[in-house]
Design a protein around this ligand. Structure first.
Ligand code: ASP
Ligand code: MG
Length: 413
């Protein structure tokens, strides 16, 4: 089977949904499993609705606006007698019903039950539209297949159960399903982390022993740098899984970091291609003698720099580190880079859930701490070591690290 992932930008309007059919026609449509994200910026909008719900503001209005934009897209795809309009309305009615009945104060639990609807609706629209155009497919509820633990908003996959479930799918068919979502043992929805649809596609690809997997993007493939942030970037045609994993880990947003590992495990060739130019080769990730090691640049913003020092000038030792790491895990704060000296530890971290001050309170019980917010992590992969000085120009560098051929610096701003 082939696994294709279409992101939110590829289905942002009726023309985008129609274009998916064109992409499929250009690739040959058989034995495909399609994974689709929520339409356009729906996930962000649903996040706002959840926030309003907890703040006792008018979340119904927010949901009404989201519903209207979906109906508008459906208007551009179906005639007004189509069942899809009733189905879209039902999703929103059920969301409102759920929120009205809900007694759980658990933000992350409620978030997952609501935000996941973006993918449910987009996949229904895409599946129905494709059928109307002669692209037969079976719509699947990904939550019946991808099973996770109870870690709402960042579910960890139960691989054994998930493999068993996905193995039950017939391979001579076409399917449309959702990215980003799975479910826990009581069948409540659990999301896999923002931008997690790539990961969903990789889970399906792994469990189906897919021939290959492609994610369709609005860029030509994986570039040597984000063209919105860097000049003179070029397309990487062939890179290894390791290179792609490193790039994703350092913040190249074109691929979700968790996506590569399942594909690498089974050597499933993986392509990143443009849905605007589907005939172009894009980037191939996999094992190939052509694998490139080109200098590439990654800027990950929205980071914080945390400096932690012992109070008594004792060395930073194992007991300190275990205290610090368990506090980071507790507050779900991720380390992007770390460096230690004898008596201090510097961490460049990503605070996805706004917990950094709580972390700081906890750490300051035992350490002297300092936080610099709004810093960026700049990484140069395969850096040309003879010409490093140019990277320092006009930058306020707070921390730097060079390992192998990777230069990293934490910069202000
Ligand atoms: N819709 C989800 C998000 O925007 C998942 C994804 O797009 O991959 O985070
Ligand atoms: Mg999305």
């Amino acid at each position: 089977m082939k696994v294709y992932k279409f992101g939110g930008a590829s289905v942002k309007d009726a023309a985008g949904v129609k274009n998916v059919a064109k992409v499929l026609a250009s690739q040959g449509y058989e034995n495909c499993l399609l994974v689709v994200s929520a339409i356009g910026k729906t996930t962000n909008a649903l996040e706002v609705a959840v926030k309003h719900y907890f703040e006792k503001e008018n979340y119904q209005q927010t949901l009404e606006d989201i519903k209207r934009s979906h109906i508008q897209i459906a208007n551009g795809l179906f005639d007004d007698k189509n069942d899809i309009f009733g189905e879209i309305s039902l999703f929103f009615d059920e969301m409102i019903f759920f929120l009205r009945q809900n007694k759980s104060p658990n933000y992350n639990f409620v978030y997952d039950q609501v935000v996941s609807c973006g993918e449910m609706i987009s996949s229904k629209i895409l599946s129905e539209y494709l059928i109307s155009q002669g692209f037969e497919n079976t719509w699947l509820d990904a939550r019946d297949f991808i099973k996770t633990d109870h870690n709402y908003r960042e579910g960890a996959v139960d691989w054994e159960l998930t493999e068993k479930n996905i193995a039950s799918l017939g391979k001579q068919k076409n399917y449309v399903t959702q990215g980003f979502i799975g479910s826990e043992e009581n069948n409540f929805t659990v999301t896999l982390g923002r931008e997690g649809s790539d990961y969903s596609a990789a889970i399906f690809a792994y469990c189906l022993d897919a021939e290959h997997m492609t994610i369709w993007k609005d860029v030509p493939g994986v570039m040597t740098g984000d063209p919105r942030k860097f000049q003179d970037v070029s397309l990487l045609s062939n890179i290894s899984y390791e290179e792609a994993i490193e790039m994703a880990y350092y913040g190249a947003s074109v691929i979700h970091p968790k996506t590569l590992q399942p594909l690498k495990q089974k050597n499933i060739p993986f392509f990143v291609k443009s849905f605007l130019e589907p005939e172009k080769p894009g980037t191939q990730v996999g094992i190939s003698p052509k694998n490139e090691q080109t200098e590439s640049y990654i800027l990950k913003d929205g980071q914080a720099l945390l400096r932690i020092a012992t109070r008594d000038f004792s060395f930073i030792a194992e007991e300190h580190l275990s205290l610090i790491f368990s506090a980071l895990a507790k507050f779900k704060i991720k380390i992007s880079l770390m460096q230690n000296t004898a008596i201090s530890l510097a961490l460049c971290v990503e605070d996805k859930y706004g917990n950094i001050l709580a972390l700081n309170d906890e750490l300051s019980k035992n350490f002297n701490t300092e936080i610099v917010k709004n810093v960026s992590l700049f990484t140069v992969r395969n850096a040309d070591m003879k010409h490093l000085t140019k990277f320092y120009k006009d930058k306020d560098v707070l921390l730097e690290q060079i390992s192998m051929r990777t230069l990293q610096m934490v910069i202000n701003g």
